[in-house]
Design a protein around this ligand. Structure first.
Ligand SMILES: Cc1cc2nc3c(=O)[nH]c(=O)nc-3n(C[C@H](O)[C@H](O)[C@H](O)COP(=O)(O)OP(=O)(O)OC[C@H]3O[C@@H](n4cnc5c(N)ncnc54)[C@H](O)[C@@H]3O)c2cc1C
Length: 372
């Protein structure tokens, strides 16, 4: 495709690609089978600075542009999507609330250990009665002197079982609704009243680990409020905007890998499945162009919420169709466990749900047109 990469970006892509092929690929099947993230892989990701790609240099990260980050995530996703999930949660939804909303003191305290991979972060918005409509969260935070007391339950918190810092959203003023009535708090593992709950047994993205959180009179210092009181919902939406670029890059990497597998299989079968291949190739190119263009525009400081939604929707739906087509082409072989196509089929299915489902992305895109 004709999207010019600088020499620096090409070097970065090749560096990550080499690491993925030599060190992640050999672990891809075991990660899924064992549903555990090896400490040795964590250590290598930290050593390469991948946990701090998006964190500015002032706070110990690599401070890379979003396009560099997207390209790295695309490469990581060409082998196993749980690695993408762990990293993008740490540098995206888990850390961006601190970067966007945190005070200078909070940034200096929390971001460097996250960037170095010494600590892991998580984002806790979803609740049993509030998923797509996050404005309906029920977790309450009540001010008591120099502290806030949090009560409620969060579910599907990625990185939760291993994370140290959690961005937790709670209602501080029910009368004001989401805009003005929800605040964000930084909650550290080990805070009294904060319990890591049941780990979810996921169909896909195994190895990424998601769990419930229980907040029972969980008392956090008032200094752990992230951003202004009542501005938590806005912070969550801004954080998720950026997260969608990471989702799009993940979808694209998965789709590209599936396309390559399908091409190899079609060659071996002397050309079977040409229509499946052609459709998949067209969609990958479209998803790539939209992703790179949107990331480059965001690097120039442009606000691209709608385009980020389009990129997430297109890339994850492309990955999903690629997985379905690959199963069709490979037939019985792809229905076996430990077949890469079968693993991607389970993994990419989840990408159409989280960080805003496909239906919610369509609503965001349509509303931007209707209310422009
Ligand atoms: C593996 C995994 C990891 C996750 N990680 C995190 C995390 O780290 N932090 C976090 O806070 N959350 C996380 N989530 C939660 C995720 O963001 C939610 O699952 C998602 O927002 C959808 O919410 P829901 O599951 O409650 O579905 P619901 O909101 O109940 O939606 C059910 C269905 O209805 C559709 N729908 C809902 N509203 C509308 C509408 N207005 N118009 C049209 N269709 C609609 C949805 O698209 C969906 O298809 C994770 C989820 C999964 C599966």
């Amino acid at each position: 495709m004709d999207f010019s990469f600088s020499d620096d970006l090409l070097r970065w892509r090749d560096h990550v690609r080499h690491f993925v092929r030599t060190e992640v690929e050999p672990l891809a099947t075991t990660l899924d089978r064992d549903d555990e993230f090896p400490a040795s892989l964590h250590a290598r990701l930290a050593e390469l600075g991948l946990y701090g790609m998006a964190i500015p240099k002032d706070y110990g990260g690599l401070g890379l542009p979003l396009l560099h980050e997207a390209v790295a995530i695309e490469e990581l996703s060409r082998t196993n999507l749980c690695v993408r999930s762990r990293i993008t949660t740490n540098i995206g939804i888990g850390a961006m609330g601190i970067l966007y909303g945190g005070s200078e003191e909070q940034r200096r305290c929390y971001l460097p250990p996250l960037a170095r991979g010494e600590r892991l972060s998580a984002f806790a918005l979803t609740e049993p009665n509030a998923g797509s409509d996050a404005a309906r969260i029920e977790t309450r935070a009540v001010r008591r002197g120099e502290a806030f007391v949090l009560n409620g339950r969060k579910i599907f918190v990625t990185n939760g079982p291993h994370a140290d810092y959690f961005t937790v959203f709670a209602v501080t003023d029910p009368a004001k609704g989401a805009h003005g009535g929800i605040s964000a708090f930084l909650v550290e593992r080990g805070t009294p009243g904060f319990t890591i709950g049941k780990r979810h047994e996921l169909m896909g993205l195994r190895g990424s680990a998601a769990c419930e959180l229980v907040l029972a009179d969980c008392t956090v210092p008032a200094a752990n409020l992230l951003g202004e009181l009542g501005q938590g919902f806005r912070l969550a939406m801004r954080t998720l905007d950026k997260g969608r670029i990471g989702m799009a890059a993940g979808g694209l990497g998965a789709a590209q890998r599936l396309l390559e597998r399908m091409a190899a299989e079609a060659r071996a079968r002397r050309g079977d499945g040409q229509h499946l291949l052609a459709d998949c190739a067209i969609e990958c190119e479209a998803a790539r162009l939209l992703l790179y263009t949107t990331a480059a525009r965001m690097d120039r400081g442009e606000r691209c919420s709608t385009e980020a939604s389009m990129a997430k929707l297109l890339a994850t739906e492309t990955a999903w169709r690629a997985a379905d087509r690959a199963i069709q082409l490979f037939e019985r072989g792809a229905c076996l466990h430990e077949n890469i196509v079968e693993r991607y089929y389970r993994d990419v299915r989840i990408m159409r749900i989280y960080d805003g489902s496909s239906e919610i992305q369509r609503l965001i895109i349509a509303r931007a047109l209707l209310f422009a």
